[in-house]
Write a protein that binds this ligand. Structure first.
Ligand code: PLP
Length: 393
């Protein structure tokens, strides 16, 4: 018999990719499916970024690079942190990886021993708990509700901390809730963390520019500079520049751990794609107008969609602060439908009966909700709402 490791048996395939795949299957079978499941912008990668990649190919930048990223990209990342975040880093504090996913994976493997706890607020990006499990750590989930706009309180954080806590993960603006922590809220969480010097912090800033609170973006290091020495800032070009397929993410933090993460990467994937690194350099150093254009479109769709969802029976949708997701409660609609009892069943029903693909909240540790991505055209959103209306009655 072929034996599987307990490590792989502890995890599941990404549920968001599963929805996307199921929708693709139905589409291939001839069904008309509107996909609101995908976690990627619907815009094309901006032209100047593509051009930099083509030039990289023509210039022969097609070989191995330094494991932790080309000097040019690391320089662009250091400048970005200074310019946008007011944060100073040296080159040995930066690690470029094949997507934000690999950044967090490296971090989990470099910091967690078997049984070490990682605190993850729910609703969470689906990969955090599973990557902690691969590292043989223990995800400790803090649940939230719409009453706190899906944000944890300092009291909840303090309660979740034990002697085994090694890592605290925070993602703002959040996939899937679309909510962002304010500077004051981050300061309050920082006050708790200051009391526990052995806890490392990962702030996942992947959706940084996709924000419409009217206030500047801030993360927990901005709110609490004392945490700089033990905080990892994770970011990437995937969402901000519509570059999901290029696979470039990066991490900044204490040199000791970044070096350990680099060692892990050197024995797994080595450098991220040389051509993508050239493209990412152009993205970070080039004109940022393309980002603003996308954000304007996302905001418009967000406003329309929240309004439309709130008109559906059994659906309640708060306004989000950013990202390209909304995370309404469908609990009323689920309760009103005798043919289903969970959000997972209801999402399946919406896929087959309405031809609308969305991701059930359970996937993010928050049942009763649905994540709808509005990284699709207004026309598709309008059609999706019409179809949901028919099924919801
Ligand atoms: N972090 C969050 C919160 C995300 O939503 C995603 C992508 O879905 C990532 C990280 C990873 O992005 P990448 O495609 O660069 O691996």
């Amino acid at each position: 018999d072929l034996q599987l490791s307990s490590r792989v048996q502890a995890i599941k395939p990404s549920p968001t990719l599963a929805v996307t795949n199921k929708a693709a299957e139905l589409r291939a079978a001839g069904q008309d499916i509107i996909g609101l499941g995908a976690g990627e912008p619907d815009f094309d990668t901006p032209e100047h970024i593509k051009k930099a990649a083509i030039e990289a190919i023509q210039n022969g930048q097609t070989k191995y690079t330094a494991v932790d990223g080309t000097p040019a990209l690391k320089k662009a990342i250091i400048s970005k942190f200074k310019r946008d975040n007011g944060l100073e880093y040296e080159a040995n504090q930066i690690l470029v990886s094949s997507g934000g996913k690999q950044s967090f994976f490296n971090l989990a493997l470099a910091t967690l021993n078997a049984g070490d706890e990682a605190i993850i607020p729910a609703p969470y990006w689906v990969s955090y708990p599973d990557m902690v499990l691969v590292a043989e750590g223990k995800p400790v989930i803090i649940e939230t509700t719409v009453d706190t706009r899906f944000k944890i309180t300092p009291e909840q954080l303090e309660e979740a901390i034990t002697d085994r806590t090694r890592l605290f993960v925070i993602n703002s603006p959040s996939n899937p809730s679309g909510m962002a922590y304010s500077l004051e809220e981050l300061q309050a969480l920082g006050e708790v963390l200051k009391k526990y010097p052995d806890i490392m912090i990962a702030t996942d800033d992947m959706y940084e520019p996709i924000l419409w609170t009217g206030k500047p973006f801030c993360n927990i290091v901005n709110a609490c500079p004392e945490l700089y020495e033990r905080t990892f800032v994770l970011n990437g070009v995937s969402k901000a520049y519509s570059m999901t397929g290029w696979r470039i993410g990066y991490a900044a933090g204490p040199a000791k751990i970044i070096g350990a993460m680099k060692k892990i990467q050197s024995q797994s994937t080595s450098n991220p794609c040389s051509i993508s690194q050239a493209a990412a350099t152009a993205a970070l150093e080039g004109d940022q107008a393309c980002v603003g254009e996308m954000v304007t479109a996302f905001k418009e769709r967000h406003d329309w969609l929240v309004d439309a969802l709130n008109k559906l029976p059994g659906v309640e949708c708060p306004n989000g602060d950013g990202t390209f997701y909304v995370f309404p409660s469908f609990q009323g609609a689920i309760d009103a439908d005798s043919s289903v009892s969970t959000d997972v069943e209801f999402a399946e029903k919406l896929l087959t009966d309405a031809g609308v693909a969305l991701v059930p909240g359970s996937a993010f540790g928050c049942p009763g909700h649905m994540r709808l991505s509005f990284a699709t055209s207004m026309e598709n959103l309008e059609k999706a709402i019409e179809r949901l209306q028919k099924v919801l009655g």
